[in-house]
Design a protein around this ligand. Sequence first.
Ligand code: ZN
Length: 704
Amino acid sequence: MLRTILLAAVVSLLVFSCNLETKKSQPDMNPFLSKYTTPFGVPPFGEIKNEHFLPAITEAIRQQQLEIEAIVSNPEAPTFENTLEALDASGMMLRNVDNVFENLQSANTSEELQQIAKEAAKPLSKHADDILLNQALFDRVAEVYMQKDRLDLSTEQQTLLDKTYKRFSRNGAALDDADKDKLRKINEELSILTLEFDENLLAETNEFQLIIEKKDDLAGLPQSAINAATEAATGAGHEGKWMFTLQKPSLIPFLQYAQNRDLREEIFNGYINRGNNNNNHDNKKIASREAALRVERAKLLGYNTHADYVLEVNMAKNPENVYSFLDEILEPARTMASKEAAELQKMIDAEGGNFTLQAWDWWFYAEKLKLQKYDLDEEQLRPYFELENVLKGMQAVATNLYGITFKELDNVPEYHPEVRTYEVLESDGSHIGILYMDFYPRASKSGGAWMTSYRKQYKTNGKNVAPVISMVMNFSKPTGGKPALLSFDEVTTMFHEFGHALHGLLSKCDYVSLSGTAVPRDFVELPSQVMENWAGEPEVMKSYARHYKTGESIPEALIKKIENSSKFNQGFTTLEYLSACYLDMDWHTLKESNEQDVLAFENASMEKIGMIPEIVVRYRSPYFAHIFAGGYSSGYYSYLWAEILDADAFEAFKENGIFDQETARAFRENILEKGGTDDPMTLYKNFRGREPHKKAMLKRKGLI
Ligand SMILES: [Zn+2]
């Protein structure tokens, strides 16, 4: 996943920032208010205190406000330089503060930080609206836009002009004052609700504990999971017991291996009821309210639905295209999932289990069936996927493809002791950027995995500003005296986020608002997903998958087993994922803004697609953070959409050699370096020489 910090820009002072306060707290001590003196200009995490954020945000808003004022009051006629370029370059301080602030909120939060986020949400939302709803500013942009054919602009400049004009016109610049006010209120309420949604979800994830007292209840679990549970229990003050949590490295092995069916049910229900416990962390009302507000906003802006509004600027263009894309895959996925369910039921029956397969049984029996069919046990693989080896192997892939190298640094400020920092270098040794990696779960970290930026690449006065990128994950920790041993799923996740990171790092753009991952949502998963392919290539795997004790390369036979089983359980995976895509689209194609009974809505949505009872939608509404707390509303389909692109793109590497320099160069120059400076289909065609074919994706999934 990718977290983007959504910023636009201008006015408003926070209530508490009266002059007196400012004098007392010596603003010159606030590290955000002066140029960073750290190595590579990374954020000075050691000096940043929570109390710095609000005054810095206030000041940064004020500065951008002045910058916008200067653009608007310029007596000269609007030009590309004095309006578009000036607007793109404005708000740099706000970017700096907000990047640190929002990233820490996801990766290392606290109650205090959550409180500050709520206080900052209103002024930030107002500031963004003040820019996008600024009539005089829009008039200047529009005036340049009208002359665009006569301006002799480069492709990147044309794109900046098009996108900026569109951003204004799509966000209410043409509304009358009364409607502008309505829009501001909606945006403000949404900005608070998304924060609350995330906060509730984190609280509910942390709150659940499955404490096991009897050793018998651990039957079936691998030693690595038991060790982690021992340490978790000790850490939580339950010495001598075992604790399982809803964090993925704890939850998934439990569902895969625990023989105690009742306990599997308990932890599974804990997971799927997050945000749905009718307590003060309830997310149902928030989800329904967000959907309603989005309908209101879409109507106000002249769109039929929120999805119409969002998709207009994506490759998919409109909801009909997304639905028909999903529909094409639904039928084969459901058929295959039903077959898989029947196979698992057969296994239960053969064992003499007198029950019907339920959702909390699926992982357990799928794991058993995999062992039976392919003689492959996930746990056999872990010893070969020591984090350090995977990390080195992953970096070696980038070196082989693009000639870039990674040098670990220990003199750079980090926001948590677990974070690792690398300098990324060009083959000639010149500096590309900084990459942070943060591997393990913490109570202060949101679930999942994502890439984000502390500083995006851009150019100012012809000088390149190097990017500072971060990858955040929730992987299995070192435990029981062993190093961190990953599952294959975690390995591919690491390659995935690394692909996003390369998109941010290798960016070569002029304008900050177009650089790196600033591309449509259904294009942004191409660079990430394509990297996953190398993780599973036998040639690559042999080089990085080495037994953590013996250093021995992963046996050929084991690689074969991984290959043979690659289509195993794909019906489940695809249908579980697809159902979440439909749920997302259904929420965002609502035409009325009345309150919804969230669970009834969800059930209807699942019924419509003929969801099979043995599978629960990948994200139920109360914990669907992608769409209610992140930027994926009407965009969850993007992963599958981008699979068409990544499967087709990787075919090019397969055809020419997976490290073919010419193909790698074409991918780097046409996709990774280009950010959002051109239409994504044009970028793709420049790389591939043609539009993508769907066949490679369907074949990979075993759907044709
Ligand atoms: Zn992603």
